[in-house]
Design a protein. Structure first.
Lengths: 481, 494
């Protein structure tokens, strides 16, 4: 049986670090890159007598994410302790949610090829991150700076059917969380982590195969590689008459293969039970409604609006919305400048080019959306040519000054004054009698030469339309001489 | 005169009159600790310098007219469950030997802010698991009334120190009776506040949904004065009650006229010492004479309370004690070969047998496949026990019972039988299951001269009502003016 006769079944578990300033159960900073164990309090260190107190911002972000993923928000949810021994887990248990998570029964719709795909979200719960063990030769050191950083665990139903689908789901999920401002979307640094549950079954079968959990998938490429490898491995195993074992496998990024980490028999008994230090979390319906009211437009809805209402191409709409900051820049400029297509071209063209070239974040650039709108208005009003406008924008990007002031300073303003252009046109025609004669003799291609000469003489500032009109008129006149 | 025989409130008055200084009172306590405690063994750590510094500061405040309340200058001592910044805190366990806390428990901070010099740390059962103070890694504490007997537990050090006049009041913790039972066995007053009334922050956790800190003192007024300082909302404890306490001294002398007292038949059954039972019945008559009404009531799920407690409390303990792993603080095994070995050897060496027993019980109760039958079922029964009290309190204001089924027993008498030891808490732990406040107050002596106590249980956050009732009874007798014989031998004049 070839691999095409098998149906892969995939579900993803995502751990997303929340962008709070302090930890989930203590006032310690969540700042990255500090000296080891600096960002710790007695709570993070698991000292005797220390007690957790919930950071309400975490709840706020969890509800935001839950609503964005169309989940039901539980007004009563429960904190649980999950036990295991490891040096980076200071209390010997992780505070998480188990039987009653804050969000359930959601779904995520994302573009896939020419269609859209919907994946059900089983649950979202809040929990604390562990610290880190650092191995140095025979020594192991523990850094608890990360211990207690708030996480959302987002668990999908096994609705994904290929590695590509899984990767697209993951990208869409990341975009949403970044849009909501709850996560920075960084897979490489581990602030957005993914485990995959993968099984295969024969096409047409009704029962799923035995699933294997894949860990260490810290890039979109690895997610795809690992799932594809695992599908092939499982198919080969089943085809050879073998059985897939329920186990956890680690993706080896060097070799591009998965290998067994721990089997079912080593499965830990986490002994979950409700955390007696934390009362059940009870939310008022008004609290949830308040968050619902402030939920931003999400990427997919934005793409649809850009295409349907603004008339952008699907391609441009995707590019613009892929970066929340770019979409925001585009939309605030749009409030001051009505031609969405032209604006989109500038955002995806000059603006993105400058941002990439200078290596600055869009949120940090000096030029404002209003200023970009002003430049486009100047182009439309013919005070600057399209070509000169690029140079003007470069200066605006560097300095954060208005288009008008840059145009004036650089003398890049377009000359539409007929008298001034006429003088130049007369001068050029007078200095090139041979070419005038050629034109008169019917060699109309020479017209372009005159335009070029006039524009050069005017340093590109002549309004091209006026130049054309005047040249045509004058040549007619000379012909009549 | 012997100033250590004063009650806390009496001493406070003498300090206010400047008849005595805090340094003098503190030095008197320290002298008595030197003389008496080698026999009683209630202190496991004395902080002479810290106490004297605090006493000097108190005297200076008084001289400047800036005293901060009733406890200012009054020397007290703490059960070793309470974290004291810079002073070793062990919960009576080898696994925490050498642990110097970097912060004060909230209750310790409150006592310091109230101006009370802290004399040191008191012995207890290891991690408060026990009813006799015999499971301490530091050896047992002896009952001042009879040195061959236990002072009860787990706050046995606190009760013994107060009874032996080593301090004017002490803090204990009560998870299943650990304040009230030793108070009953030492002729002292013990208060277990409503769950959430006193902060648990910085209190070493045994069973988090049961643990409460409370005072052990010589008189009811003393207990009210100490509780007043402790009973505040603490933002560092998510289970802390949001409303601050009323003034407990206000209605203290208000009597019991019209008070409806329920007497639960389940608390007078098998295993109750006849002398204790009779003493409590006599006490009931006293309440009646004072104008209270007595009603026989039933708390039908009492018989399941012990089993319920010994599923839930060990389950929480197995989780709470997971942090003692030898990685960050406390005892760490030497010569280990692997991480697993580090955990296993550290914990095998560091924990005593009773703690290990409860960790195993609790781990089992939470295991996959057993959770529903044990932990979940026990939670359901806990709700039934709570409902028993809720319906009883529709008809009565307080519940009266013996505190401990027996007077102080001999050291070693029950150490071979965990179940016999667990039965020592049978009358006190339903209160913890229900999260209610409870008070133990002296109610007489056996013919052999051993103290006995009665227990009053009340509605949630009605500590004021319990203290008022306890005070009304206390006024009718002179039990609190009686002292253990060994206190007479000590010379600690001041």
């Amino acid at each position: 049986m070839p691999i095409a006769d098998f149906q892969p079944v995939i579900g993803l578990e995502v751990h997303a670090q929340l962008l709070t300033e302090s930890k989930i159960f203590s006032g310690a900073s969540t700042g990255f890159g500090a000296e080891p164990n600096l960002h710790t309090t007695e709570v993070c260190l698991g000292l005797p007598g220390a007690l957790p107190v919930l950071n309400e911002k975490v709840v706020h972000m969890a509800v935001r994410a839950g609503l964005a993923l169309n989940c039901q928000i539980r007004l009563h949810s429960v904190w649980a302790r999950k036990h295991y021994f490891y040096p980076d887990l200071p209390k010997g248990y992780q505070i998480t949610q188990y039987e009653e998570p804050i969000c359930e029964h959601g779904n995520l719709v994302f573009p896939f090829g020419d269609t859209e795909k919907s994946v059900r979200i089983l649950r979202i719960h809040m929990e604390e991150d562990a610290g880190k063990n650092i191995h140095q030769g025979a020594q192991s050191l523990v850094d608890l700076n990360r211990a207690g950083t708030p996480l959302l665990e987002i668990v999908s139903e096994p609705d994904l059917r290929s590695a590509d689908e899984a990767a697209e789901y993951l990208k869409a999920l990341r975009d949403i969380l970044v849009y909501l401002g709850v996560n920075d979307g960084n897979l490489e640094e581990g602030s957005f982590r993914c485990d995959a549950n993968v099984s295969v079954m024969k096409k047409g079968a009704t029962e799923f195969g035995t699933r294997v959990e894949l860990k260490n998938l810290n890039s979109f490429r690895f997610v795809k590689q690992a799932i594809d490898y695992e599908i092939a491995r499982q198919v080969e195993l089943v085809e050879g008459g073998g059985k897939v074992e329920q186990e956890t496998r680690l993706f080896d990024t060097q070799r591009g293969e998965t290998r067994a980490m721990r089997g079912k028999e080593d499965a830990r008994d986490y002994r979950y039970f409700p955390d007696p230090d934390l009362p059940p979390l009870v939310l008022e319906p008004a609290f949830v409604d308040g968050i619902k009211a402030t939920l931003p437009e999400l990427p997919l809805a934005k793409v649809r609006r850009y295409v349907d209402v603004l008339g952008l191409s699907e391609y441009d709409a995707r590019l613009l919305t892929a970066d929340k900051a770019l979409a925001a820049f585009f939309e605030s400029a749009l409030a001051h400048y009505g031609d969405a297509k032209k604006l989109a071209n500038w955002c995806l063209g000059e603006l993105s080019r400058q941002v990439n070239e200078k290596g600055v974040a869009l949120t940090q650039v000096k030029v404002t959306p209003v200023q970009l709108a002003g430049l486009l208005q100047a182009i439309d009003g013919k005070t600057v040519s399209n070509n000169a406008a690029k140079e003007v924008f470069g200066a605006m990007f560097e300095s954060g000054r208005d288009a008008q002031s840059v145009i004036a300073e650089k003398g890049l303003g377009q000359v539409s004054d007929t008298g001034a252009i006429e003088a130049v046109v007369n001068d050029i025609l007078a200095r090139h009698p041979a070419e005038v004669a050629q034109y008169k003799a019917g060699k109309v291609q020479v017209f372009g030469f005159f335009v070029g000469q006039v524009m050069r003489a005017m340093k590109g500032k002549g309004n091209p339309q006026t130049v054309n009109e005047l040249l045509k008129a004058k040549l007619k006149l000379t012909r009549a001489f | 005169m012997n100033c250590t025989a004063l009650s806390l409130t009496q001493l406070s008055g003498r300090l206010a009159e400047k008849a005595l200084s805090s340094v003098e009172a503190t030095e008197a306590c320290l002298r008595r600790v030197e003389q008496v405690d080698p026999k009683v063994k209630s202190f496991i750590r004395v902080d002479r310098d810290g106490a004297l510094r605090a006493a000097q500061a108190s005297d200076a405040r008084r001289a400047a007219g800036k005293t901060v309340g009733v406890l200012d200058g009054v020397p007290v001592a703490l059960k070793d469950m309470l974290l004291t910044e810079g002073l070793e805190t062990t919960a009576g366990s080898k696994i925490l030997r050498g642990f110097i806390p970097p912060y004060d428990a909230t209750v310790v901070r409150l006592l310091r802010e109230a101006g009370a010099p802290i004399l040191g740390k008191l012995n207890q059962d290891e991690f408060a698991m026990g009813s006799s103070t015999e499971s301490s890694a530091f050896g047992p504490t002896h009952n001042p009334w009879d040195l061959s007997r236990t002072p009860g537990g787990s706050s046995g050090g606190s009760a013994a120190a107060v009874a032996a006049q080593l301090c004017f009041g002490a803090l204990g913790t009560d998870t299943g009776g650990s304040i009230r039972q030793p108070a009953a066995m030492t002729n002292t007053v013990g208060v277990k506040p409503t769950y959430g009334r006193v902060s648990r922050y910085g209190v070493i956790a045994y069973a988090s949904s049961f643990d409460q800190v409370g005072p052990i003192t010589r008189t009811v007024a003393d207990a009210a004065a100490m509780l007043q300082v402790l009973a505040r909302h603490d933002a560092r404890d998510a289970t802390s009650h949001r409303v601050d306490a009323p003034d407990y001294s206000q209605g203290l002398e208000g009597g019991v006229r019209g008070l409806r007292i329920g007497v639960p038949k389940e608390y007078f059954g098998d295993g109750l010492d006849s002398e204790v039972g009779e003493a409590v019945q006599r006490a009931a008559k006293v309440f009646e004479k004072l104008g209270a009404t007595l009603t026989d009531i039933s708390l039908p799920h009492t018989r399941y309370a012990l089993a319920t407690y010994y599923v839930l409390a060990p389950a929480e303990a197995s989780s709470n004690l997971a942090r003692y792993d030898g990685i960050r603080y406390g005892h760490r095994a030497q010569g280990i070969k692997s991480l697993k070995d580090l955990y296993a050897t550290t914990r095998s060496e560091g924990f005593g047998p009773e703690v290990k027993r409860r960790i195993m019980l609790g781990t089992y109760a939470l295991s996959a496949g057993y959770y529903d039958a044990y932990y979940r079922k026990a939670q359901q029964v806990r709700t039934l026990v709570q409902r028993d009290f809720q319906s009883a309190f529709q008809n009565v204001d307080v519940v009266l019972s013996p505190t401990s089924p027996v007077p102080a027993f001999r050291l070693g008498e029950k150490t071979q039988s965990p179940l016999a030891m667990y039965l020592m808490d049978v009358l006190t732990l339903p209160c913890n299951l229900a999260g209610l406040p409870g008070v133990s107050v002296p109610c007489g002596f056996t013919r052999g001269g051993l103290p006995m106590g009665l227990q009053l249980l009340g509605r949630p956050f009605d500590e004021a009502g319990l203290l008022q009732a306890a005070r009304a009874f206390e006024r009718e007798h002179d039990f609190s003016s009686r002292w253990p014989p060994l206190t007479r031998d000590a010379r600690a004049d001041c």
